[in-house]
Design a protein around this ligand. Structure first.
Ligand SMILES: Nc1nc2c(ncn2[C@@H]2O[C@H](COP(=O)(O)OP(=O)(O)OP(=O)(O)O)[C@@H](O)[C@H]2O)c(=O)[nH]1
Ligand SMILES: [Zn+2]
Length: 356
């Protein structure tokens, strides 16, 4: 079997990065179970594991490959044993979460995602503060967020709900959909164009699996109703976590995505209104508490800034702590490390810490 990796999202960006290593073979991670990886190569799907050198050099869980990563293998297939992953190519985006039991280390959920579809249902799950939280995670990953409002069939004040969402989703497209009547599906398909990779995040039960199955044209993912039957052993789980859609887009769906908590975030992108206000404060280092000439406090007093939104901002700011580094900085840090500049990394950390 042979695969055209362009179908699986290979771009000239990654191709060029791989050309620096003419003896190695490019592949994309399509599944992971602990240390065991599935990869897509030009020759088809193969089993792979990371090299000892990669393990030895790793200083952080995010140094390990994740689903969606483009990697370099020592061989083109696994006919003579697992392919060995020698290198991870620099990521264009990274979705990470806090590693279990570790406050300062990140764990990769998925890499090289182009669009993050933030799903929120128009009935029980509707919560603007939660949306701000997901937007913050999405912006930070470097992927483009898209808001997907699900279960439109269960909503009778659609225009009002959309207006509320639009007010806080600055720079983001909003798609309204329903799996009951197919509304909004073509818009999602358009946003997930051929060769680009999407991920669906959002609370449990908002309809992510239902949506992905619809896009796939078949029931590959167990929805809540089906999972209840799982105890009877009717459905075997696949290790595949990267799916090719009939229309050419790709979807990454990993278990970690379903337990996404805030870990790093880009607050300035989610709260551009507050970021703009802050530039108008009298003091550069204004903490927006009781300083004279604080534009944020003034906006709160005049009603221009909603107190719930300000509280949400402060809460998220408080939760985010990774030596103050966001995902982009973490990736840069990784590049430095690849070029052996440990000193540079330490300096970066120190600089960022000072700033906060
Ligand atoms: N009325 C209505 N129900 C829906 C729609 N989409 C999904 N559902 C139902 O909502 C329930 C949850 O859907 P899932 O697709 O399993 O939700 P999920 O987001 O994948 O949930 P997790 O896997 O727990 O993260 C199921 O019973 C679906 O049938 C919709 O557009 N309209
Ligand atoms: Zn201020």
């Amino acid at each position: 079997m042979s695969l055209n990796l362009t179908d699986y999202g290979l771009t000239t960006h990654f191709q060029q990065a791989a050309e620096n290593f003419p003896d190695l073979f490019i592949a994309r991670i399509s599944g992971q179970q602990r240390q065991q990886y599935r990869v897509l190569t030009a020759h088809g799907e193969a089993a792979a594991e990371v090299s000892g050198k990669l393990v030895f050099q790793a200083t952080d869980p995010t140094d390990f490959p994740a689903v969606g990563d483009w990697v370099l293998l020592d061989r083109a297939d696994d006919q003579h044993g697992n392919a060995i992953i020698q290198q991870i190519l620099p990521r264009t985006s990274a979705l990470a979460r806090q590693a279990a039991g570790n406050e300062s280390k990140g764990q990769m959920i998925a890499a090289n995602i182009d669009q993050i579809f933030i799903c929120m249902s128009l009935n029980a799950d509707f919560n603007l503060r939660r949306l701000e939280r997901y937007l913050t995670i999405a912006w930070d990953s470097q992927a483009q967020p898209v808001v997907v409002l699900t279960k439109a069939d269960l909503c009778d004040d659609l225009a009002d709900k959309i207006a509320q969402v639009a007010a806080i989703s600055i720079g983001v497209d909003i798609i309204t959909c329903s799996s009951e009547n197919g509304q909004g599906f073509s818009e999602i398909q358009q946003a997930l164009s051929a060769g680009t990779t999407g991920a669906f995040i959002g609370s449990s039960g908002v309809g992510k699996s239902t949506l992905i199955n619809r896009l796939l044209g078949q029931d590959k993912l167990a929805t809540k109703a089906i999972r209840a039957d799982d105890a009877k052993g009717r459905h075997t789980t696949t290790h595949r976590e990267l799916f090719l859609l009939p229309d050419g887009g790709l979807v990454i769906d990993t278990p970690g995505m379903r337990e996404l908590q805030i870990y790093t975030g880009d607050l300035d992108r989610t709260f551009t209104d507050i970021a703009t206000l802050a530039t108008q404060c009298k003091f550069n280092d204004c903490q927006h508490q009781s300083e004279p000439g604080c534009a944020v406090q003034a906006a709160l007093a005049s009603g221009e800034l909603a107190p719930e939104r300000w509280a949400s901002y402060q809460k998220l700011q408080h939760e985010m702590a990774y030596d103050g580094l966001n995902s982009r900085q973490l990736e840069n840090e990784k590049l430095n490390r690849m070029f052996g500049s440990r000193g540079a990394v330490k300096d970066l950390r120190k600089r960022v810490k000072k700033r906060h």
